[in-house]
Design a protein around this ligand. Structure first.
Ligand code: AMP
Length: 286
């Protein structure tokens, strides 16, 4: 596996790959790799000649009171995991390389960026869209792959690819979970043992609502209440939002259909960790 730190080197390498007729697949990450990230890498590995992963903890997507400084950065371990799982090129630039002095251009994907996560984390998706567009311009992949775990991010980036006519095939893969259902996340390492015991309730609540939809419940209010009732038994987290929305527009819906997204965010009470998860009813958007 080749590790590349400079934008120029990455761009030259990618140009050479394309000139040689090789296809490239790209998995952008912030590192602290877990099996969720690695499932994306393994998927892309089987589809392209060259698998490229980036590790960059992007400062512009963190709010001033968020966890940028304490975000885990186990770089050596990540390199070993990436290599073992078929990564050919690991692109890991510094913040100064990505945002040199004078940097002033940002991308906003309007409407979709101001609800759900965007409401609680103002500016977050501006940072995400900007860094992903930069990474796309640097890596020039044929295919890029993202996780449904961060569903709003995936919906926004799909909109960006469409609106800006990017020649990239953007794939969204299912959320990879621990055996008790908790969605894998780099932030799970912040959880205290008590919080970790409560955390599977999040997916249990979503499953319960999904099962009720499958049994014929179509009122979004009822599904929200069912999720809320499961959350009542949690001692170490509280919900920040429980949303039932259209999975293309993210607008709230009263009657659910097979395009409906159930999305929840919770905050734990001891380590103050945010946990997000979602399910899409029926066939959904991806
Ligand atoms: P992050 O490092 O958190 O920015 O995530 C990098 C990519 O991995 C994003 O596309 C995430 O949606 C995806 N991802 C994170 N957690 C999971 C998971 N549990 N299952 C599948 N994909 C995930």
């Amino acid at each position: 596996m080749r590790i590349i730190r400079s934008i120029e080197e990455m761009q030259n390498y990618s140009t050479d790959l394309h000139r040689a007729g090789k296809t490239t697949g790209f998995v952008p990450t912030m590192g602290a790799l877990h099996d969720g990230h690695l499932s994306l890498l393994k998927h892309i590995r089987s589809k392209v000649n060259s698998a490229i992963m980036s590790i960059f903890v992007n400062p512009t997507q963190f709010g001033p009171k968020e966890d940028l400084a304490r975000y885990p950065r186990p770089f050596e371990k990540d390199c070993a995991l990436a290599e073992r799982n078929g990564c050919d090129i690991l692109f890991s630039p510094s913040s100064d390389e990505m945002y040199p002095e004078g940097f002033s251009s940002y991308l906003t994907v309007e409407n979709l960026s101001t609800t759900l996560e965007g409401e609680i984390r103002p500016g977050h998706f501006k940072g995400v869209a900007t860094v992903v567009l930069k990474l796309f311009n640097i890596v020039s992949p044929d295919i890029a792959v993202f996780g449904q775990k961060d569903v709003q991010q995936a919906i926004i980036l799909k909109r960006m690819v469409k609106d800006l006519n990017l020649r990239i095939n953007l794939l969204v893969l299912p959320t990879f979970r621990e055996s008790d259902g908790l969605a894998m996340s780099s932030r799970n390492s912040y959880l205290t043992p008590e919080e970790r015991k409560d955390a599977p309730l999040i997916y249990q609540a979503l499953r319960k609502a999904h099962d009720n939809y499958n049994r014929g419940e179509l009122l979004s209010q009822k599904l929200s209440e069912q999720i809320q009732s499961v959350f009542k038994s949690a001692h170490f987290f509280r919900p920040e939002y429980i949303e039932v929305v259209n999975s293309y527009t993210l607008a709230p819906v009263e009657l659910v259909s097979n395009k409906t997204l159930l999305a929840v965010a919770c905050r734990t009470t001891q380590s103050n960790t945010r946990l997000i998860d979602n399910v899409i009813l029926g066939f959904g958007v991806f």
